[in-house]
Write a protein that binds this ligand. Sequence first.
Ligand code: NDP
Ligand code: GUE
Length: 300
Amino acid sequence: MAAKIIDGKAFAADVRGRVAEHVAGLQRDHGLTPGLAVVLVGEDPASQVYVRSKGKMTVEVGMHSEEHRLDADTPEQELIALIEKLNADPAIHGILVQLPLPKHLDEDLVINTIDPAKDVDGFHISNVGLLSTGQKSMVPCTPLGCLMLLRDELGSLSGKDAVVIGRSNIVGKPMAQLLLGDSATVTVAHSRTKDLAEVVRRADIVVAAVGRPQMVPGDWIKPGATVIDVGINRIDAPEKGEGKTRLVGDVDFNSVSQVAGAMTPVPGGVGPMTIACLLANTLTAACRANNLPEPEGLTA
Ligand SMILES: NC(=O)C1=CN([C@@H]2O[C@H](COP(=O)(O)OP(=O)(O)OC[C@H]3O[C@@H](n4cnc5c(N)ncnc54)[C@H](OP(=O)(O)O)[C@@H]3O)[C@@H](O)[C@H]2O)C=CC1
Ligand SMILES: Nc1nc(=O)c2c([nH]1)NC[C@@H]1CN(c3ccc(C(=O)N[C@@H](CCC(=O)O)C(=O)O)cc3)C=[N+]21
């Protein structure tokens, strides 16, 4: 049986539609426009594309969008000063500093300078602590997007065996916390995991967030499992012509789609959900900042 392909692009469009409706209501009833500021340091071309598409979608849902582009060699103090200015700006409800940062900048320091209430990435230590203790927080966008897709696909995650491959602070660890919060039995695998194939074979739910193109083959997957592919890897595609590239995930789509019950594609899976959840988090932050009721179904 071929796997059902989970349409993250359509799901994300639906989430953005719900965000847009709520934003229109905030404007109509309270004269409030949620605002998102994205900070990009340096000229990484992949990041630029991503930042541009975020800006476009922010405006599409009716929000205020700001982009702050700084030179790659910007001194740390200057970046910190910008974040402090955005922290104090009442028109800004969400702040995202695009990662990774150039090496001379202390990523932890920069992230922890963001007002936790405006930390729409959910990377501030205070949000990390709130999430891991089951308290209301800002939830990281990519794991939140994965959770929405899993809940939609499976209903309850309670008692399911889940394996997260990858333990980064931005995907793997918060994903594990969210799965645990939904009462899955969670294993977090990483580069030192012994016999990864055997670990993955036990899983009803596999979330791959490794950054290695097509690393997970079909024969690691338990028949019928749900597979969420977070990886975004650009590889050469000589079949498309000289010098051309294409995007692939961390999962080998062709073999896994023969075995899994359902899986996300790349592109068109988790990626669009990340951006939709960023907008949802910005809306949530704007509501909380103004003591207004939060949108339903758009947070964990
Ligand atoms: N779709 C989206 O919206 C997003 C996609 N991404 C993509 O997701 C992927 C992961 O991103 P991110 O978490 O930031 O990556 P990191 O590089 O920060 O983390 C990768 C993790 O994978 C583990 N790992 C590396 N090699 C292996 C291996 N051979 N076997 C098992 N585990 C391994 C590492 O283990 P160890 O800790 O031991 O080194 C590490 O924990 C990337 O492709 C990235 O582009 C990221 C963010 C958003
Ligand atoms: N502070 C911070 N927060 C992030 O959330 C963050 C970050 N830094 N740094 C980089 C990663 C990567 N990331 C992606 C989001 C969407 C797509 C996405 O929409 N991808 C499309 C394809 C896009 C294309 O065609 O290039 C898809 O998968 O269908 C990809 C990657 C967020 N990240």
